[in-house]
Design a protein around this ligand. Structure first.
Ligand code: SAH
Ligand code: F3S
Length: 481
């Protein structure tokens, strides 16, 4: 199942019920990564306490908030178009206020107010607790901008309002920011330095989800494998921590074991792993606990060591391959997915062939593939010319997408005749007589509904497959049900 993330896809709008009597209506929309969707649940929680109730009708809104993405230029263009739409509505509903949240807010800061006259409020990813004050500023006719990045996890004490989900799987953030400084990436600028969240706070949120009937949790961070709790603060300051803090620190492998033990009936996933930070200890923990899903999203970006160096990725092609070999030997049935960028500056045909041959070696289960998009302020933008012509970027993208489609089909085919455990998430899009869910390997499986319901763990015998989907029949509940 190759997935080209399309930032043009409609942002999702959500409805929450506010307990307090409210006169103000919020329209909240999210674009971009899972972290943004997760952050919007925090925003919803903060504003519900302020008496906002949400609406799915833009026309009814007193306040419109859009959680934005800066990862590629196309993502930003999508938001600009959305602002035009808000503008058209604001012409009729003149009292409506518009706020921009997330990475674009952080990147453009006050400039946003100048560039887009419709915007009243600019709030970066670490400043959502300030929203109530900022809204008061806007109400008083003043400018409202807060893009201060934090040294701490920031939102550990807020119980997110679960928005638009299926009531079965949820995201729980465990780290914020990124210290990796890949030369193409805007995230370190928009989300700040890396910091981890206290294990107790993570465990509490998971316990609460379990009590509410959730069956699967994805631990979220830009670089989850570099999770390190030593009592708070930035990861880069760990060197200066006390001896006691160092001795009692919790790393990602330990955190995984803690959550898996605390909720043995719950499935756990995590995203995203960066190759250089993924340890063998994590792989062993995954193989030890059956409720940690055998699936790793392991972006590589390129199969060429020369390009990886230009990207400031902290590993070579060979090191990545040996990590893949370790995954295969420690967790034989582990699914692996990739992120890939085509047309990074200076990429030659030989580099591109290296990417294709690496893909052939790994045969990823699925992948997310993109053309390089130069981001202002990044090291690549400052030091390297965006010199691969668009038609070549496009052709290379088409080639890796078709390689991925072939590998995905190869992977799904291996399940034919096998019995897999599926957690039912929703009705199949194609048939109201079928359920759709995912295997631990994150592959979508569909099967006739019979007497099962959303949230059940079911053993499904696979009869056929497409490149993205397994098709089978339920044999009964799995032991985890
Ligand atoms: N560590 C993060 C990565 C975020 S960006 C995570 O949690 O997933 C997601 C993917 O977008 C990256 O892996 C990369 O493949 C792609 N990407 C990032 N910057 C890009 C750029 N400037 N142009 C094209 N693709 C980019
Ligand atoms: Fe971006 Fe690299 Fe971090 S892709 S989010 S700088 S690991």
């Amino acid at each position: 199942m190759e997935k080209i993330i399309d930032e043009n896809k409609q942002g999702q709008a959500f409805v929450i019920e506010s307990k307090s009597k409210s006169t103000r209506k919020l329209f909240l929309e999210s674009y971009g990564c899972q972290m943004n969707f997760s952050d919007s649940e925090i925003v919803a929680s903060i504003l519900a306490k302020e008496g906002f109730s949400t609406t799915q009708n833009l026309e009814d809104a007193d306040l419109v908030l859009v959680n934005t993405c800066s990862i590629r230029d196309k993502a930003e263009q999508t938001i600009r178009k959305r602002l035009e739409k808000y503008n058209a509505v604001k012409r009729i509903n003149t009292g409506m206020k518009v706020g921009v949240l997330g990475c674009m807010a952080e990147r453009l800061k006050k400039k946003f107010l100048e560039e887009e006259k419709i915007v009243d409020l600019v709030v970066g990813p670490d400043a959502y607790k300030d929203l109530p004050n900022l809204i008061k500023e806007v109400d008083a006719g003043r400018e409202a901008v807060n893009v201060i990045l934090s040294k701490d996890e920031t939102y550990g004490d807020i119980a997110p309002v679960r928005l638009g989900g299926n009531g079965v799987s949820a995201f729980v953030s465990i780290t914020r920011g990124c210290d990796n400084m890949c030369t193409f990436c805007v995230v370190p600028f928009t989300r700040g330095r890396e910091r981890s969240r206290a294990p107790e706070s993570i465990l509490n949120e998971i316990k609460d989800l379990s009590e509410k009937g959730y069956k699967e949790v994805t631990l979220l961070g830009q670089n989850v494998d570099s999770y390190l709790w030593y009592g708070g603060g930035l990861k880069k300051n760990f060197k200066e921590a006390s001896e006691i803090q160092k001795a009692t620190a919790t790393n990602f492998s330990e955190l995984l074991a803690m959550v898996a033990q605390a909720e043995p009936k719950m499935r756990f996933r995590f995203s995203t792993s960066n190759p250089q930070d993924m340890t063998l200890e994590v792989l062993h923990t995954m193989s030890e606990y059956s409720n940690i899903c055998n699936y790793i999203h392991l972006p590589v970006q390129s199969g060429s060591t020369r390009i990886l160096t230009e990207m400031n990725r902290q590993h070579t092609r060979e090191e990545y391959k040996s990590l893949i070999d370790n995954v295969r030997s420690i967790i034989p049935d582990c699914a692996i997915s990739q992120d890939m960028i085509t047309g990074f500056p200076t990429e030659t045909e030989a580099d591109h062939k290296d990417t294709l041959s690496l893909m052939e070696y790994v045969k990823y289960d699925f992948g997310f593939m993109f053309m390089y998009s130069e981001r202002p302020g990044t090291m690549a933008a400052r030091k390297l010319e965006d010199d691969v012509p668009l038609d070549i970027k496009k052709r290379r993208l088409t080639e890796i997408v078709s390689a991925q489609r072939k590998h995905s089909a190869y992977r799904t085919k291996q399940y034919i005749g096998e019995t897999v455990e599926v957690l039912i998430e929703k009705q199949s899009k194609k048939s109201d007589a079928h359920w759709s869910g995912r295997t631990p390997q994150n592959t979508v499986a569909v099967f006739p509904k019979e007497g099962y319901k959303v949230g059940d763990f079911v053993n499904v015998k696979i009869a056929s497959s497409t490149s993205a989907t397994l098709i089978g029949e339920a044999l009964g509940y799995s032991v985890n049900n």
